[in-house]
Design a protein around this ligand. Structure first.
Ligand code: BGC
Length: 345
């Protein structure tokens, strides 16, 4: 942002704050609601924290956690909508439920910003003041595949030593997120399509659904490793939480060995199997630094939080749309890029 842009944003924000106090509005009045599908999800927990921090100087959303229940989220939304909020920011439990939420918002004339769980395009089209802030899941699958192909030497005809049985194919276990979630469906499809398009033969030993959840991935890897421990050459996970769960079980069954006991895995000469995730959780970065997790693809929630807050400022009328750093495409979407993240050893 240029200095003059920054100054004008500050002037606009201060003018808004002054107007709020002149109108005698209480700062406690819940005029913006932030609805989370499940705060127990570490990616969402961090995301919500970033939204709260970014919105700090401009407005204070009231946060609701649905604990992964659509029924609870409906009640929470209805409870706030009767109080005529200025804006709602929604991370739906079931993205298909957005249809009825959008109808209610439209009837009440309340703008809505959805994030992370993408409503169907037809549903977003129901209400002109509805938006989606997210990332294109295809891109994460493609970047994840690129990280793997690079690790295996980049040439499908000539895989390196990570092709342990030297059969010219990569034997893989796939951990999938929640069925029906756009990210789980598209990431899984796209990572496999990208291997195929580049001529890499990936043999899927097993595809297991672990609902984005670390403990579930840990538990499901147990029986899988009984069957495939000696064959598996790669674990592809739809997110970091499941990748970390898989690594815990793999460590327990001796698939990683810090032979020289220097506190990290040196993959060039120690026992190691590549696991790739998506999100860029802090713990995943830690695991990469220790040499366990091979890599991740950052699902940049901080930029998304900034985009949500900026768009909220515009909808609440105190940021000039021409100042926007995150442009709205097709009147509805703000897309944030994924970024690959590994540590070279
Ligand atoms: C993230 C997952 C998260 C899910 C929640 C995905 O974009 O990659 O880690 O559990 O969103 O909806």
């Amino acid at each position: 942002m240029t200095i003059s842009r920054m100054l004008s944003t500050i002037v606009l924000v201060s003018a808004f704050m002054a107007a709020v106090s002149m109108m005698g509005c209480s700062r406690d009045e819940p005029s913006v609601g932030l609805f989370l599908y499940n705060e127990a999800d570490p990616y969402i927990k961090e995301f919500a924290k970033q939204i709260m921090e970014e919105s700090g100087p401009v407005f204070t959303p009231v946060q609701y956690d649905a604990g992964n229940s659509q029924l609870i989220q409906n009640e929470q939304l209805e409870g706030l909508l009767v109080r005529n909020p200025a804006l709602v920011i929604v991370n739906p439990v079931d993205r298909l439920s957005s249809h009825s939420v959008l109808r209610k918002l439209q009837a009440a004339g309340i703008p809505g910003i959805f994030f992370n769980r993408e409503p169907l395009a037809g549903d977003l089209a129901l209400w002109e003041k509805s938006y989606y802030v997210g990332a294109k899941a295809e891109q994460s699958g493609q970047l994840q595949a690129q990280l793997v192909m690079q690790l295996f030497g980049g040439e499908p005809e000539n895989l390196n030593g990570y092709d342990r049985n030297d059969d010219g194919r990569i034997q893989a276990i796939i951990l999938k997120g929640e069925q029906g979630h756009q990210d789980a469906e598209i990431r899984t499809r796209e990572v496999l399509r990208s291997f195929e398009a580049a001529g890499f033969i990936v043999e899927v030993l097993a595809l297991e659904i672990a609902n984005w959840n670390r403990d579930e991935a840990y538990a499901k890897m147990g029986p899988l490793l009984k069957d495939y421990r000696n064959n598996v050459e790669l674990v592809v996970s739809n997110n970091d939480a499941m990748a970390l769960g898989a690594i815990s079980m793999m460590r327990q069954t001796g698939m990683f060995q810090d032979s020289n006991r220097n506190g990290r895995i040196d993959r060039s000469d120690e026992l190691w199997i590549p696991v790739v995730g998506i999100d860029g959780l802090k713990e995943a970065e830690g695991s990469i630094a220790e040499g366990y997790l091979y890599g991740t693809v950052k699902n940049d929630s901080l930029s998304m939080a900034k985009a949500i807050v900026e768009l909220s400022g515009i909808l609440l009328g105190h940021i000039d749309p021409s100042m926007a750093r995150y442009p709205v495409e097709d009147g509805t979407y703000i897309w944030i890029d994924y970024r690959p993240f590994i540590s070279e050893q």
